[in-house]
Design a protein around this ligand. Structure first.
Ligand SMILES: Cc1cc2nc3c(=O)[nH]c(=O)nc-3n(C[C@H](O)[C@H](O)[C@H](O)COP(=O)(O)OP(=O)(O)OC[C@H]3O[C@@H](n4cnc5c(N)ncnc54)[C@H](O)[C@@H]3O)c2cc1C
Length: 429
């Protein structure tokens, strides 16, 4: 380890959307901030996602934050001065049966409570949206003001904007541990040395729980793997991002489609899964049918990954610079076949690139934002449970407010860390 020592007000751990947005808002407010990313900015979930930015269908506890996030996205799209694919082109959830339509309709009262423009599309409106006369779908839940952006472009552009505001963003710089003095954060220990700081923000995505375990703090957070593909350019069906139970698509800036299936995830049983089995049981039960459960290599890998390590030697964060899991070709092949039936305009498209991402989930599938009991000086922004791209700018904005000692614009009580200990982990839906 080099002897380089450094100082800043705040150190952000993790260069996904949550960390980068936090650094951006701190830098914009004139607060000195260093962001350490073990691999590359947005190398993990934040570039691998579908790019949907939605209020629709959310857990109502997240609505104030996602409403704020859409406002911030609008501003950021202007501020970054690059085309990041931001479009308010709407989101639609299709229903193939009356029962599915009723399930979608059950969300309308939440939309009304927040004066959202969400509504049900009639059969004819749904056909018009899809350029079909098939009457295949019974209707759709639709929010015109929901949006999309290109994940691979948006977060790196935001990182450049943060740098322009004065943030110091360091790639290939793993944080090995917090530097605790008299029981509170006095700095962080990176692979390149120590950085003294007043506060640290843990925005480590799928790695946050492991990082905290080193400090004997247990965060119930598991990982599920989801596979995605982008296709050759195809005819424009609609600019709206569209989800059906067997296939979901989003028009890309390059004229192709990001095509995948919601819920088609692989869950590896690991020691952490066993530790948190009770907390995650309700979520597991609901997703049982869709989810592939496996026990294999990840179990052994996790078992052999020490939860505690010497800070003067390479740690698990340096051994896996970018989490790049093996993808599920069978699921993606099936999605291509299903999409061709559901949306005949997609019959000619072919996959160009496929990838997978590890989604970090909490038992109640809402994030953890705020302080961490027992580790004063540490803030956390993690656990976005598969929908953190959309809400990311708000997570960063609110975390930056906390780091500056301000009252956050949105009540963060539902996202407090202590809810797991309190047993207040009700899932929505
Ligand atoms: C296939 C897929 C589809 C999705 N679709 C959507 C969607 O359409 N809409 C939506 O809103 N969300 C979606 N999501 C979820 C969304 O991508 C995530 O919730 C969001 O990107 C999480 O951001 P993050 O910053 O918390 O984590 P990440 O983007 O995972 O970033 C965490 C970063 O922290 C770094 N790190 C970890 N530990 C350390 C350390 N010790 N030192 C230094 N760096 C460290 C990692 O290298 C990583 O880059 C999807 C996710 C996937 C995988």
């Amino acid at each position: 380890m080099s002897a380089r020592s450094d100082a800043s007000e705040v150190v952000v751990i993790g260069g996904g959307i949550a960390g980068v947005a936090t650094a951006y808002y701190l830098a914009r407010a004139g607060v000195p901030v260093v962001l350490c990313e073990k691999g590359r900015v947005a190398g993990e979930q934040s570039s691998r996602n579908w790019g949907w930015i939605r209020k629709q269908g959310r857990d109502p506890r997240e609505l104030p934050a996602i409403i704020l996030a859409l406002r911030l996205w609008e501003e950021l799209a202007e501020a970054v001065d690059e085309d990041i694919g931001w479009r308010r082109s709407g989101i639609a959830y299709l229903a193939e049966s009356e029962a599915e339509l009723a399930r979608h309709a059950a969300w309308l009262p939440h939309a009304q409570a927040h004066q959202l423009d969400t509504r049900l599309l009639s059969l004819a409106e749904t056909d018009a949206l899809l350029g079909q006369e098939a009457r295949r779908f019974k209707g759709a839940l639709f929010t015109a003001s929901d949006a999309r952006a290109e994940p691979g472009l948006a977060v790196p552009a935001l990182a450049r904007a943060a740098t322009a505001q004065g943030a110091d963003i360091r790639e290939r710089c793993a944080v090995r541990a917090l530097d605790l003095q008299a029981g509170r954060v006095a700095g962080v220990i990176t692979e390149h040395g120590r950085i003294v700081c007043r506060a640290a923000v843990l925005a480590g995505g799928a790695w946050s729980a492991l990082f905290l375990r080193h400090h004997r703090v247990e965060l119930p957070q598991l990982k599920v793997k989801a596979s995605v593909q982008r296709t050759t350019p195809g005819p424009l069906i609609t600019e709206t991002a569209v989800g059906a139970s067997r296939a979901a698509f989003r028009r890309r800036q390059d004229g192709g489609y990001t095509l995948a299936r919601s819920g088609a995830v692989t869950f590896d049983i690991t020691p952490a899964a066993l530790r948190h089995f009770r907390a995650f049981l309700p979520a597991l039960r609901e997703k049982w049918g869709e989810m592939k459960l496996r026990i294999g290599r990840p179990f052994v890998d996790e078992l052999t990954t020490a939860a505690s390590w010497a800070v003067d030697r390479p740690t698990p964060f340096e051994r896996t610079r970018v989490l790049d899991p093996a993808l599920d070709h069978a699921v993606l092949d099936q999605v291509i076949r299903d999409a061709a039936v559901l949306f005949p305009q997609l019959q000619g498209v072919r996959p160009v690139k496929r990838w997978a991402g590890m989604i970090d989930v909490t038992p109640d599938e809402i994030p953890v934002l705020g302080t961490v009991d027992g580790l004063p000086g540490l803030l956390i922004a993690t656990g976005f449970s598969g929908h953190g791209f959309g809400i990311g700018p708000a997570a960063g904005y609110l975390t930056a407010q906390l780091a500056m000692g301000k009252t956050p614009l949105v009540d963060l009580h539902p996202f407090r860390f202590t809810r797991f200990r309190e047993g207040d982990v009700t899932r929505f839906g």
